[in-house]
Design a protein around this ligand. Structure first.
Ligand code: NAD
Ligand code: UDP
Length: 309
């Protein structure tokens, strides 16, 4: 198959492409390197099944492919808040452009990487797909949260109106090799700080919780969802293990043997207090559940950062 991956030079995209190529597919990576990096895809350039389309997803594009995975969008709060209007455009116009391409090609499958952020600061715990969320529509994170929510709307309306076969996945915090050291997300921040024996910056009291999924598990789930028949989702993909941010900091200090100390910094506005996926649907419909626990995933990620720092 020939598969288009938008955002393929990013953290998740680079792992997805690796797996799709290994399975014998041809892959077209569309990216404008807004947050992605050439280093993440250099390894594929010599592979004749790989091609790079340097392009902005907000501008319509053409490519003769059999499937589309839409990942193009900055994912870290620091990056998606740098230019909030651009984040909204990437989410909405990017979704429309992928779906229009599918329509032109006669209705090929398009998978949207949505996010646990659609649940906002959740009052339902753990989060099930039927929960409609608690998002502040005018807050600093709204460009991403509401952008992703509207992208889901766009996907479902193309499905209803034009019969496009869509797949919608709500990804919970995912980590692993190929994250940028300066991307600002908590796992990469803490590992880089720990390896450099710098202070570990915990925001707030560190009592907020997150569930961390290792990237190989996520990629398996994305491919399973794409391959499933007659089901649009949305489906949660994430690791249901739940940890406070302080627990994460201590785990990373201990696994790296670092001399770093924890310091406390202000909690960003609208930072969700808790997050944990209910993955019953993914288990039932996709026979999917994570295989890599937090400690094993952190060890692999620490090894990666030791090599690149
Ligand atoms: P990332 O920032 O590492 O990668 C995003 C990629 O999209 C980058 O290569 C970037 O250059 C590209 N991109 C951004 N704007 C673009 C544009 N206008 N045109 C073309 N390419 C553009 O993020 P990631 O962690 O790999 O996330 C991938 C997708 O998964 C994103 O859509 C993100 O919202 C979603 N997601 C990720 C997580 C996570 O924890 N990693 C959680 C929830 C959702
Ligand atoms: N966080 C932190 N220190 C950091 C980076 C993040 O304490 O250096 C916290 C952040 O406030 C949030 C959690 O870690 O509560 C996860 O943040 P991240 O930006 O990785 O993703 P989010 O789940 O907020 O989108």
């Amino acid at each position: 198959m020939k598969i288009l991956v938008t955002g393929g030079a990013g953290f998740v995209g680079s792992h997805l492409i690796e797996k799709l190529l290994a399975a014998g597919n041809q892959v077209v990576c569309l990216d404008n390197f807004y947050t992605g990096r050439k280093e993440n895809i250099n390894q594929f350039l010599a592979n004749s099944n790989f091609s790079l389309l340097e392009h902005d997803v907000t501008i319509p594009f053409e490519s003769s492919v059999d499937q589309i995975y839409n990942l193009a969008c900055p994912a870290s709060p620091i990056n998606y808040q740098k230019n909030r209007i651009e984040t909204i455009k990437i989410n909405i116009l990017g979704a429309i452009n992928c779906l229009e391409l599918s329509k032109k090609l006669g209705g090929i499958k398009v998978l949207q990487t949505s996010t646990s952020e659609v649940y906002g600061d959740p009052d339902v715990h753990p989060q099930v797909e039927s929960y409609r969320g608690n998002v502040n529509p005018i807050g600093p994170r709204a460009c991403y949260d509401e952008g992703k929510r509207c992208a889901e709307t766009v996907f479902f309306d193309y499905h209803r109106q034009s019969n496009i076969p869509i797949r919608v996945v709500r990804i919970f915090n995912t980590y692993g090799p190929n994250m940028s050291e300066d991307d600002g997300r908590v796992v990469s921040n803490f590992i880089v700080q720990a390896l450099n024996n710098q202070d570990i910056t915990v925001y707030g009291q560190g009592e907020q919780t997150r569930s961390f999924c290792y990237v190989s598990d996520l990629v398996d789930g994305l491919i399973k969802m794409m391959e499933t028949n007659n089901w649009t989702g949305p489906v949660n993909l994430g690791n249901p293990g739940e940890f406070t941010i302080k627990e994460l900091a201590n785990k990373i200090i201990s696994l790296t043997g670092s001399r770093s100390k924890i310091i406390y910094q202000p909690l960003p506005q609208d930072d969700p207090r808790q997050r944990k996926p209910d993955i019953s649907l993914a288990k039932e419909k996709l026979n999917w559940q994570p295989q890599v626990d937090l400690e094993a995933g952190l060890i692999k990620t620490i090894e990666y950062f030791k090599k690149v720092l």
